[in-house]
Design a binder for this molecule. Sequence first.
Ligand SMILES: Cc1ncc(COP(=O)(O)O)c(C=O)c1O
Length: 510
Amino acid sequence: MPLAGPNGALPLPSFMEKRLFSTTPQVRSLNINNINPHVKTAKYAVRGELAIKSEQYKSQIASGKGGDLPFDSVIAANIGNPQQLDQKPLTFFRQVTSLLENPALLECQEVLEKEAGYQSDVFDRARTLLKDVKSVGAYSQSQGAPGIRQSVADFIQRRDGYPADKESIYLCAGASSGVNALMNVICASPNTGVLVPIPQYPLYTATLALLNAKCVPYYLNEENNWGTDLGGIRSALKKAQGEGIDVRAVVVINPGNPTGGSLPEQDINGILQMAAEEKLVVLADEVYQTNVFEGKFHSFKKGLRDLQKSAENKDGKFDDLELASLHSISKGMVGECGHRGGYYEMVGFDPEVVAQIYKFVSIMLCPPVIGQCLVETMVNPPREGSPSYPLYRQEYDGIFSSLRSRAQALYTAFQSMEGVSCQSPAGSMYLFPTIRLPAKAVAKAKEMGKGGDEYYCLRLLDRTGICIVPGSGFGQREGTLHFRTTFLAPGTEWVGRITEFHREFMEEFR
Ligand SMILES: Cc1ncc(COP(=O)(O)O)c(C=O)c1O
């Protein structure tokens, strides 16, 4: 039988073509042309080229070879990684986990209380958690330990004023893993579409690319504090449907990453209304729910329950709205992102779909158990009157106010910079200013095969050691340029480095 190739009757998978027709002998099974093409398509700028270069600068300085660099430290303002930027872990959380990791310490209560500042409620909590998980070295239920899920349900009830069911709660290895599970189940074919805000945290576009599904972008309204524009969402939806895309879900990130916007109640209601009318699953990414500086956080779950009991629901149109809301230990004043913990609550889903989600997460066995325990401490922190409360309160408030003042300092600096405009910091850990660069700078960037924002961020890194992320990594309106920076880095000296660099840069290309 003749070999079938590109022109033959039987097209072969491309990896076989390589094997059969390559003139160089194959030494390995895998090469860049025969791996999953969707992995190659996926983009994740927050850990992209600039981040890699900044790591190289960091090692150069650490190994004493940074003498020629125009800076003596690298500032990782590219990623919301609080404890890498000197945010201290909350004492109660780590005291509890220390006992969980080494239960022999439970026998040393007196010494630890006298000598190491442990309080009695730390021991109580560790014993309760150990009763639930038995050992942090053991697998838990796939969905997460039942006692911890109950704590999450109680937290949601306290937060929203509506009951929550522990059976609807799935613990996960960070919100990323929850998004991955949900998207895997939602994305049925290359024709499945998901509405994603632009700009967005690239987890969403990257996951859709990995699943070979369609991202349906909708633009946030920069002029209106990065709020949602329902008209814009509806027209993005109609356009996609017109192209034959089967749009199944809408992602909302609130408070926003990279925008820092915090949605008012009416925006949340509007999205829920639209989702009910259009039969869309709502994926509410609420990992920054405690990082709110302006106004108040409004959860999608509460929004949904309010609508369900309102007169607007007389025909029952909200009864079966599918909502998955996610939270995480990575952000806020907890900042335990290295421990990988989070949860999602699913309401309104068909039980047969839930069973498939259960099966999907079971394939991964269970989320990290120590991460689950940190979820428990996050949702059930020391209460007023308990021995650990005063220190917890002091640490929590200290982190909150320091984040707020850093955000404000950066915002003030941006306001003073030529060609930069920025929304005031409302929430999350980021600012996402617009930059208007001189035409000569944009031309120079083009000459180097880069976008203006990429070139600006690269030059900033090379000159100051500060790593930020170009707006193109999150998506931005055609013809606009932005960058995203966290405001987690301590001190204000680095803010001065940015303003100084910006002045020089604008002068150079004037
Ligand atoms: C909006 C948003 N969602 C999810 C995540 C992922 O968080 P986790 O560490 O819980 O996976 C991040 C991380 O930066 C984020 O910004």
